[in-house]
Design a protein around this ligand. Structure first.
Ligand SMILES: [Fe+2]
Ligand SMILES: [Fe+2]
Length: 372
């Protein structure tokens, strides 16, 4: 993450001016942000939110241990190894929350009261996403959870690069993008769960996707408001971010302690990205749908309020991302994914050798093992 460092020597005076102005623009959204947080708190009081454990077997009851847990494991056996790997990627991405909190604090210079309120509320909501998926994977017996913990620790230590280079507006573009991307990915894994009869898990994942949708709406609204105040700056930042390509927060995910410094994407993540494309969980077409959705939201093509040459140039450049571009590239990428040999994901337990984590109740009658 490149924090806003306005004193950096390698920065042109114009760039410095732009970063300072954009940081100020985002800070001045504070009152607007406060209204959005008020609305969220009013419409969804924290005690009314869904709880991850409600979608998992209740291990404090015999029924949970003896009936629901084996059912869950059987349902999770319906996933291919690649699908388990992709579900692990989604869990790890959610588990990067401490890293994202740091990023929000640093990049948006969140010392204003309502941005701070948003961060607290958002963190409370997000914390439940990883809780649900990680617990489900652990109980499934399909994942080596020590390896999972190791990947999580390495990944949150490795930091990630949003590509916003200290630009607070660019960072908002990133968060708007990612919330929508995760909404799509969780919705797709909900479908996978449903295919395997894992109704509870599917409902939980549907709830996660719904919440990502709420976050997407929040960041979308802040960007629209920022563009109402300073249209040129927002369209320029958006064009810079999309032009660079939006990378997932897990891009430098690794099983080793450190990703190669300066590396934008690790080999592990590249493999997972292709697995997600192949499983239809998050594809290039989805990426483009997010871009096109943001363009519509910000009315990029039809804006008449851009007054600088930079703003109009950015508007033109964003024009190249259209339906035809999506179909052309999307088709080619899907073809490559189809032919590509998937790497081994060593933390995924094979279905055949799956050692189930059944916790036996010593008082229960013998012979209730569910291992086929
Ligand atoms: Fe999330
Ligand atoms: Fe979210």
């Amino acid at each position: 993450m490149r924090l806003p460092d306005f004193e950096r020597q390698d920065m042109s005076p114009e760039r410095r001016k732009l970063l300072v102005a954009n940081a100020r623009l985002v800070r001045r959204l504070d009152k607007f942000v406060g209204e959005l947080v008020d609305e969220r708190e009013r419409d969804h009081p924290i005690h009314t939110l869904w709880m991850p454990s409600k979608f998992l077997p209740d291990m404090s009851t015999e029924e949970g241990r003896m009936v629901h847990l084996p059912e869950l494991q059987e349902q999770m056996d319906g996933y291919s190894d690649g699908e388990i790997a992709v579900q692990t990627l989604n869990a790890l991405t959610e588990e990067g929350l401490p890293l994202f909190m740091s990023a929000l604090t640093g990049e948006l210079a969140m010392q204003t009261p309502n941005w701070y309120r948003w961060k607290v509320r958002w963190t409370a909501e997000e914390g439940r996403h990883g809780d649900l998926i990680k617990a489900q994977l652990g109980l499934s017996g399909r994942v080596d959870m020590v390896a999972f913990d190791r990947m999580k620790t390495a990944y949150t230590n490795n930091d990630f690069d949003t590509g916003s280079d200290g630009d607070a507006v660019g960072f908002l573009v990133y968060t708007r993008f990612q919330e929508h991307g995760t909404q799509i990915a969780h919705r797709r894994t909900a479908r996978l769960a449903r295919r395997n009869g894992a109704e509870q898990f599917a409902t939980g994942l549907g709830n996660v996707a719904g919440e990502e949708g709420g976050h997407k709406t929040f960041y979308g609204a802040t960007l629209v408001e920022a563009a109402r105040r300073k249209p040129d700056t927002v369209i320029v930042s958006m064009n810079e971010m999309i032009g660079r390509g939006i990378v997932m927060p897990g891009a430098r995910m690794t099983e080793a302690e450190l990703a190669h410094r300066g590396q934008r994407e690790s080999a592990l993540f590249t493999g997972l990205k292709w697995a997600a494309e192949k499983a239809g969980v998050y594809t290039f077409n989805d990426y483009m749908d997010v871009v096109l959705g943001m363009k519509d939201e910000l009315e990029v093509e039809t804006r008449t309020d851009l007054s600088t040459p930079e703003g109009r140039k950015a508007q033109d450049e964003l024009g190249m991302y259209d339906q035809a571009y999506k179909e052309d590239r999307g088709g080619r990428i899907a073809g490559i994914a189809e032919r590509r040999k998937m790497p081994e994901f060593p933390w995924v337990r094979r279905r055949e050798s799956n050692q189930r984590y059944v916790i036996f109740d010593t008082k229960a009658p013998p012979g209730r093992s569910t291992t086929p």
